[in-house]
Design a protein around this ligand. Structure first.
Ligand code: TXA
Ligand code: MG
Length: 328
C-alpha cells in the first residue's frame, strides 16, 4: 500500500511508473497529465500516432470518458467482468488528444489486478498505459522484464509478480454499426460473437500493414512482439512438423514448441500445452525474450493454429516471425 501511495504521488507529479495488470505490465501515466503521457512515448520509443488504452477502476466511470456509448458496451463489460477486454468508443473531451493520438475515439478497459485498481483509485483519475516494453519488443509479463527494457528511463516499477494472462487485452471497436475485433486476446472472437452476431475481424490481425496505411487500430501496423533472433513459424500437420524438425534442427538452431511436441533439440523452449492455449499465452512473451540470450541462427516456432483460443497467440507469433511461415 505504501508503494502504491508513492507511485500515485509520482503520477500526480507528471511522472510515469510501471504497473502490473492481469495481461502484461503497463507503463502508466495519469490521463490528466499531458507531460507524463508524452514521457510514455519517449521512454518506449513509441510512434506518436499509436493511441493508448485508458484504464478505469469501474464501469460506473465509463460515461465520464466516453460519449454516445453503444449500449452493448455495458452488456459486454458486465458479461466479461474480470476478463481483459478493451472497447473502443467515442471519446469525451476530457481525454486529451495526446492519449488518443488525435483520434476521436478511445479504448477503455477495467484491469483485473488489485495493484492496478488501487493505483487508479489512489490517483483519482484514469491511467493511460501501453505495455511497458521498448516499442517493437515482446511485452513484459514480469517486473524483471520491465527493468530489462526501461531501467534508467522510469522512476519506479510496481512488482506484482508474473501476469496471470500473459498476452494483451482483446481490443474491440464499437464505434460503427459493425463491431470489429481489432486485436484478439483472452476474450475470443467466438465469445464476443455470442453477443455481437455481426462482428468482423480486422484484417490487420493476419497481415502486417504498411507504415503509411490508415487503419482502425494503428498499433497493428508496427513491427511487434519480435525478439532479435530470426524466427520461422511451422504450422499445420503436427506429424509433418515433427518430421521437418527431426531433419532440420541443428545445434545452432532452436525450437519453441509445446510440451506435447516430439522433438530432440539442444535448444528447446516449451511455451505451454497444445491442449491449453491459455497456458501458452501465459509463457509466450517470456520465451520470446529468453531465446535472445542464446545467439541462435534461427528458431522454429511450432504453431497451434489460428482457431479460437489460439488466434491471440498466432497473431503475436506471426508478427514476431515477420510472417516467415512454412505450412505443412
Ligand atoms: O492488456 C493490455 O491492453 C495492455 C495493458 C497494459 O493494459 N496494454 C496494451 O497497450 O497492450 P498497447 O498500447 O501496447 O496496445 C494498445 C493497442 C494498440 O494496438 C493501439 O493501436 C490500440 O490498442 N488502440 C488504442 N486506442 C485505440 C483506438 N482509439 N482505436 C483503435 N485502436 C486503439
Ligand atoms: Mg504494446
Amino acid at each position: 500500500m505504501e508503494n502504491i501511495k508513492k507511485a500515485a504521488m509520482l503520477l500526480k507529479q507528471d511522472e510515469i511508473v510501471a504497473m502490473p495488470t492481469e495481461t502484461v505490465y503497463g507503463l502508466a501515466a495519469s490521463i490528466l497529465s499531458k507531460v507524463a503521457v508524452e514521457k510514455i512515448f519517449k521512454a518506449k520509443g513509441r510512434p506518436q500516432d499509436n493511441p493508448l488504452i485508458v484504464h478505469i477502476s469501474s464501469v460506473d466511470e465509463l460515461s465520464k470518458y466516453a460519449k454516445d456509448i453503444n449500449p452493448l458496451a455495458f452488456v459486454l463489460y458486465k458479461a466479461f467482468k474480470g476478463m481483459p477486454l478493451s472497447i473502443v468508443l467515442n471519446k469525451n473531451d476530457i481525454i486529451p488528444d495526446v492519449v488518443s493520438a488525435g483520434l476521436k475515439t478511445v479504448a477503455i478497459r477495467i484491469p483485473n489486478n488489485d495493484i492496478a485498481i488501487a493505483l487508479i483509485k489512489e490517483l483519482g483519475a484514469p491511467i493511460a498505459a501501453p505495455s511497458a516494453n521498448l516499442s517493437g519488443l515482446p511485452s513484459p509479463t514480469t517486473a524483471e522484464e520491465v527493468f530489462d527494457d526501461l531501467n534508467g528511463k522510469i522512476p519506479a516499477i510496481l512488482d506484482g509478480g508474473k501476469c496471470a494472462v500473459g498476452v494483451e487485452s482483446t481490443v474491440l471497436s464499437l464505434v460503427s454499426d459493425t463491431p470489429v475485433l481489432l486485436r484478439p486476446g483472452f476474450v475470443t472472437f467466438e465469445m464476443l460473437k455470442e453477443y455481437l452476431p455481426n462482428i468482423k475481424m480486422s484484417e490487420s490481425i493476419f497481415k502486417t500493414l504498411k507504415k503509411d496505411e490508415v487503419v482502425s487500430c494503428p498499433g497493428m501496423k508496427y513491427k511487434h512482439y519480435a525478439p532479435k533472433t530470426k524466427l520461422c513459424m511451422l504450422s499445420g500437420d503436427m506429424a509433418k512438423i515433427e518430421q521437418y524438425l527431426a531433419e532440420n534442427v541443428t545445434d545452432d538452431k532452436g525450437v519453441i514448441c509445446f510440451e506435447e511436441t516430439k522433438v530432440k533439440a539442444k535448444n528447446k523452449f516449451i511455451y505451454g500445452k497444445m491442449s491449453d492455449a491459455n497456458s501458452c499465452n501465459h509463457l509466450v512473451y517470456s520465451v520470446l525474450r529468453e531465446i535472445d540470450e542464446y545467439n541462435l541462427n534461427l528458431v522454429y516456432v511450432v504453431s497451434g493454429g489460428n482457431d479460437k483460443e489460439f488466434l491471440a497467440i498466432y497473431n503475436r507469433l506471426i508478427k514476431a516471425c515477420s510472417h516467415n511461415e512454412i505450412k505443412f
